[in-house]
Design a protein around this ligand. Structure first.
Ligand code: SF4
Ligand code: SF4
Length: 386
């Protein structure tokens, strides 16, 4: 009974924090709407000018449209110590985290966002422990000579395909349901949808991380009012590193099922070259993002989100590091140990995809698409005043 009471209290606290965060968005965006100094900085301000009041759906949409570049904080004449205390990036970051909780599937697992560092640590620990135990049960030790890089001599391919296919499939389903709920709340049914042009613009904004340039091309703010492009660059290392690893895995699946060519692949084969390039990107990007995160001005960031950011950055880094270590020492007696550790990290990554920082990319893509659609429609505020 006590546990249920605690859960109910946690849910009630979360609900009232959510209302307070949305109310704060409404307060500061009324000030911004009168000021409009930051109109050219990013997509948030033009989207804001299409509204006079900001309900829950507007707050959720604008929160996910914001890239937390912080240009509007350093430019703001109404930021603290002014009595208005305007802080757009931090306020939107708080609501952004609320949206991940709100749209999570199943809903009850949304609470995992609130203890995200712990969630990631537990998922990885369980994953690594399970694969280490499995290795010992199947091979009697985590050090085995003479396997010559034959991963499937430890865990059969079909077993891995079922385990990782199920975890990845569930995560994609949960993320899709979450983003579909978000879309249902923020979209405006019945209005024209200029999809091809909007899709093109949103894709460009995603692939170039357009709104991390501060609106002037010199970059965003990290620890002070100096501009830096490094956050954008490290995001690119991370994003394209991830995409290359994904391409490598997809190609290896094709090799296996279409051409009946099994791993391990030669060092100069396409899957290994793609995976190595992606893995290096996934080391450089997360290290850089972690370095920037440590130096980040607390004024710019929702403190509760730091553990989510750092947990995800660390997870990507170790997935890549263990993968590259496995590649380098795949023909040594330590291969079973390295394989178990790598598989454990990858499983932890898959299982936490819908309940961690990965979600921000999916929700931001949806918000950018909505922005690209609505900007092609007449501005309802100007239309109303004509
Ligand atoms: S953030 Fe400050 S300067 Fe920018 S539009 Fe809002 S009130 Fe004006
Ligand atoms: S932090 Fe950057 S992206 Fe977010 S609202 Fe301000 S200027 Fe726009």
């Amino acid at each position: 009974m006590a546990a249920i009471d605690n859960l109910m209290n946690l849910a009630a606290e979360a609900e009232s924090a959510l209302d307070a965060n949305v109310a704060e968005v409404d307060r500061i965006l009324h000030i911004c709407n009168a000021c409009r100094y930051c109109e050219t900085f990013c997509a948030v301000f033009p989207a804001m000018t299409r509204r006079l009041d900001f309900n829950v759906a507007d707050a959720h949409y604008l929160a996910n449209l914001c890239h937390n570049c912080s240009a509007c904080l350093y430019a703001c004449q109404y930021a603290a110590p002014h009595e208005f205390g305007v802080n757009v990036p931090k306020t939107l970051a708080q609501v952004r985290r609320d949206t991940y909780v709100e749209y999570a599937f199943p809903r009850v697992l949304g609470m995992l966002y609130r203890r995200n560092g712990l969630t990631v640590a537990m998922a990885v620990s369980l994953g690594v422990a399970a694969f280490l135990i499995g290795t010992i049960l199947l091979k009697g030790s985590v050090f085995v000579h003479g396997l010559e890089g034959e991963f499937y001599a430890i865990f059969p391919h079909n077993l891995l395909a079922v385990l990782f296919g199920s975890a990845f499939g569930f995560s994609i389903l949960a993320l899709s349901i979450g983003v579909a709920r978000f879309w249902r709340e923020v979209s405006e049914p019945g209005k024209p949808v200029p999809l091809p042009n909007a899709l093109g613009e949103a894709t460009r904004s995603v692939l170039t991380l357009k709104y991390l340039d501060g609106g002037h091309g010199d970059g965003c703010n990290n620890e002070d009012d100096a501009f830096t492009l490094w956050r954008r660059r490290f995001h690119h290392f991370t994003f394209y590193g991830f995409m290359l690893c994904f391409a490598s895995t997809s190609l290896a699946t094709l090799y296996h099922y279409l051409f009946a060519v099994e791993a391990p692949y030669p060092y100069l084969s396409l899957p290994v070259l793609l995976g190595t390039a992606g893995g290096i990107g996934l080391l450089i990007g997360p290290v850089g993002l972690f370095w920037l995160n440590l130096r980040r001005n607390p004024l710019q960031i929702d403190e509760a989100q730091r553990s989510m950011d750092r947990g995800f950055i660390a997870l990507l880094f170790f997935v890549s590091l263990t993968g590259l270590a496995l590649l380098v020492w795949r023909e040594s007696a330590a291969m079973p140990l390295l394989l178990a550790v790598h598989l454990g990290f990858v499983m932890g990554f898959f299982l936490t995809l819908p309940y961690g920082k990965f979600a921000h990319g999916i929700f931001r893509c949806a918000a950018l698409l909505k922005y690209a659609i609505e900007k092609r429609r007449p501005n309802p505020v100007q239309a109303g005043s004509e």
